[in-house]
Design a protein around this ligand. Sequence first.
Ligand SMILES: Cc1cc2nc3c(=O)[nH]c(=O)nc-3n(C[C@H](O)[C@H](O)[C@H](O)COP(=O)(O)O)c2cc1C
Length: 335
Amino acid sequence: MYQLLRPFIFCLDGERAHDLAIASMQRLGRLRGVQAPLAGQSVDLFGLHFANPVGLAAGLDKNAEAVAGLSHLGFGHIEVGTVTPRPQPGNPKPRLFRLTDDQALINRFGFNNDGVDALVARLVAHPYAGVLGVNIGKNKDTPNESAVEDYLCCLRAVACVADYVTINVSSPNTPGLRDLSSADAIMDLLQPLVVARHALANRRGQRLPLLVKLAPDFSDGALVSVLQAIQDCGVDGVILTNTTLSRDGLISQSAREQGGLSGAPLATKARHALAIARDVLGDALPIISVGGIMDGEEARVRLVMGARLVQVYSGLIYRGPRLIKEAVDATRVLR
Ligand SMILES: Cc1cc2nc3c(=O)[nH]c(=O)nc-3n(C[C@H](O)[C@H](O)[C@H](O)COP(=O)(O)O)c2cc1C
């Protein structure tokens, strides 16, 4: 069905198609309520039960408007956000580009979102049965020196509606954000959040797991240093990776657009980052692998490489909802 619709969807501007997708997921949720995740290879992690290892990556449902509808796609977990303390419009449009010949996207949204209060209001007592993550960031006009205040504000606000919280220090579209993730800087950000977390419970009344989402654009040495720093600071896991600034090997016309690249060309970097992280972290910190998972086989490979869970975004745009069942089936009976 999606393959039939795709040519029409791809005629629309990228963001318009995205908005239509969110609107139809909202309608589906209103009509049919929530659906339980597809049963697959279950994973028990961070004190949470994931019915299957395949999740929705942050950024598709930034405002948590369509969780009920998205639940019908069968994900084991859904990550909403990135949300910031105050609402902000993001960058001027156009800001989402399809690179169809490369099976990729470039986006420079810049954390457009309704603000944390609106997101929390939508998620209070949400009946979604899968694992619900909330990805948090800082407002564009908050200087890096006080960024920790923005993250603390979001963390405290979303704790009671989230199963886990992801600290996003890796989007390339908020100027200076990635500076927060250098090995020198990251402890100053993470330590106060880890301390604050002790006083917070998640939406199930349990300890609130904290994850950190990193970029794929570190040198190998810098990635090792930042992972070593993260390992000892009390967070529960790492999400690798966000979008890349690299444009290696692209053939599409829109390749020169500014922003973060996702989809098939990101797979090599995401795999490389995963291999390094497994090496550094061993079994000490679980890794969620994301970036360029366009079919079930790639999802399986990431788990074989040592990721505990995977997430998808661009693959959903190119392959449609069947990608989720394909990935859940491909990752069955792995462990
Ligand atoms: C349009 C778009 C918006 C995104 N917005 C966010 C975001 O707000 N926060 C975030 O952590 N990641 C965001 N991402 C990154 C994705 O969560 C994911 O890490 C990245 O796209 C790589 O996965 P993929 O190759 O499966 O798309 C966004 C990605 C896209 C394509």
